[in-house]
Design a protein around this ligand. Structure first.
Ligand code: XMP
Length: 525
């Protein structure tokens, strides 16, 4: 195991992912975790992440008392990155100062000694790296040597091989350090002697073993399927482990996309053989939403209805099988549970958040269900890999995200106005199908149509029309937190707009949303 101690760098999770991509299992925990926690993981390598702090600030985080002694006696290798290097240098008796020249961005470094992570290099070799630091190590602790310096003469890499301490002032984990990945690979395999054995197949086998051991032969397990990748992969994995003791429910809330229910159920039943109860609650949701225009109110109503339906599903199951469900499967991912070390003054605490259901504020407390979260150590792309092993169809794994409240946040205003939902479904389907036909679906993070509660004047077939306006939105993004609007070619937009106006009755105008996030959000409500 490679254990990453997070001292608050924006790149920490990237280190975890880079190590995993080398087929070595890595976990990320708070940099201020107790020594007991660190020792409990029995790591072969500990990586100290970067962070926004200066080792000189009074509240700067540090590893626990006894860490250095433990690292020495356990035979563990330690690599400090950026703040991690400075922390190591300062803690072991060296000197860190505010740099004469601060180094931010691309820099060239030159190898001075061919050892440690530069064992495969030659003296004088140069490489471009990504620096981001104000402080600088100016005097190294006893036994340490400088392996490389920046073009400005600052220490860029250090090592004390006898004690197995290593440090990089730059960030090898970012793509702006083109040789960074190779340096990490060399360090882990050639310097630390780590072996690459972590594979998604192992994760699957391990998770199945854990679930089999946890769920008793008489226990019932329930799961709400949203039609999204996470809940589908989680349920499929649990189904592999315990078979039909898993009971899934899929709720048609009347706010789904064109043929969504049929498409999703077909995948669950035909491709995945998942036992799923489909509850058609569309009338119930739509009657509760009638006349509601406030977006937050819509979300609350949808969440409340969902809880109530899920509750009824659990109770019905209990009556039918004369047994209370004991477990709930959730598709929680690693980014939701990672403990991180927040920068001082950020207001964040070392919190351990557990994601509530995709579109509800939490399930009723009196359900007293124990959680099964088989994806809680995985990142999104790893969940997709796991899904492939579990035979979840590729097209399903690559679907764009869809919000829990569904089309309710894409029909502005009252979702029950006229035939708004129907119009929106048709427009959305044309737009998405055109994107797929143009081969653009996988490069776009999310694309959808929005129904606007306004009418405009048009002329169709020599007739004056007074019809609806729809908006098209497509964005690129890494994680949905920020987004850029997608540049379609004019010809593509022209074709889509024509197709929509020619085939969807009630629409005579198509506009495109050209705002990024921020200042907008991805969804309109
Ligand atoms: P925004 O609109 O906040 O959306 O920029 C960011 C991402 O989150 C999705 N989204 C939701 N997902 N429940 C969800 O499960 C919600 O209430 C919700 N609201 C927005 C949105 O589709 C985008 O991917």
């Amino acid at each position: 195991l490679v254990l990453i101690l997070d001292f608050g760098s924006q790149y920490t999770h990237l280190i975890t992912r880079r190590v995993r991509s080398l087929n070595v299992f890595s976990l990320c925990i708070s940099g201020t975790s107790s020594l007991e926690t660190i020792v409990g993981h029995n790591p072969k390598v500990v990586i100290l992440s970067g962070g926004p702090h200066s080792v000189h600030s009074p509240d700067s985080p540090t590893f626990p008392y006894g860490f250095v002694e433990w690292a020495q006696s356990s035979g563990c290798f330690v690599l400090g990155i950026c703040y991690g290097l400075q922390l190591m240098v300062q803690s072991l008796g060296g000197v860190v100062q505010v740099g004469q020249k601060q180094e931010y961005g691309r820099m060239e470094i030159e190898v001075e000694k061919t050892m440690g992570m530069f064992g495969g290099k030659r003296v004088g070799d140069r490489q471009v790296v990504w620096m981001s630091h104000g402080d600088e190590a100016v005097q190294l602790p006893d036994g340490f040597e400088v392996l490389a310096r920046s073009q400005q003469g600052a220490v860029a890499a250090v090592a004390n091989p006898a004690k197995r301490f290593y440090g990089l002032q730059y960030h090898p984990e970012v793509t702006h350090s083109p040789e960074g990945m190779e340096t990490l690979r060399y360090f882990l395999f050639d310097v630390c002697g780590v072996t690459a054995g972590w594979k998604m197949e192992n994760i699957l086998d391990e998770e199945i073993k854990v679930i089999k051991g946890m769920v008793g032969p008489e226990d019932l397990v329930i799961c709400a399927l949203s039609g999204g990748v996470d809940s589908t992969v989680a349920a499929t994995l649990v189904h592999r482990a315990i078979g039909d003791r898993l009971h899934c429910v899929f709720v048609d809330n009347g706010l789904l996309r064109y043929k969504e229910r049929e498409r999703v159920i077909e995948t669950f039943e035909r491709d995945l053989h998942l036992p799923v109860t489909c509850v058609d609650a569309s009338e119930r949701f739509l009657s509760e939403l009638k006349g509601v225009v406030d977006p937050e109110m819509k979300r609350k109503i949808i969440g409340k209805e969902f809880i109530s339906i899920f509750d009824t599903f659990a109770h019905n199951l209990e009556e039918k099988l004369e047994k209370k469900p004991a477990y709930l499967v959730q598709g929680t991912l690693y980014p939701d549970v990672i403990e991180s070390c927040p920068p001082p003054g950020s207001g964040r605490t070392h919190s351990h958040t557990i994601k509530s259901h995709h579109n509800v504020g939490g399930l009723p407390k009196d359900m007293k269900l124990k959680l099964i979260e088989p994806l809680k150590l995985l990142f999104k792309d790893e969940v997709r890999q796991l899904g492939r092993i579990l035979n979840v169809p590729e097209a399903f794994l690559k679907r764009h995200p869809f919000p829990g409240p569904g089309l309710a946040v894409r029909v502005l205003g009252d979702v029950t106005q006229g035939n708004a939902l129907d119009i929106l479904r048709q427009v959305d389907e044309i737009f998405i199908q055109s994107i797929k036909d143009a081969g653009l679906y996988d490069t776009i993070w999310q694309a959808f149509a929005v129904f606007l509660p306004v009418r405009s004047v048009g002329v169709q077939g020599d007739q004056r029309t007074h019809s609806h306006v729809v908006a098209l939105r497509a964005v690129t993004s890494q994680d949905g937190m920020t987004a850029d609007w997608y540049y379609f070619e004019h010809k593509f937009l022209d074709d889509v707009a024509r197709k929509i106006c020619n085939s969807v009755r009630g629409v005579n105008r198509v506009v495109q949303d050209i705002t990024s996030k921020p200042p907008s959000t991805i969804e309109w409500e």
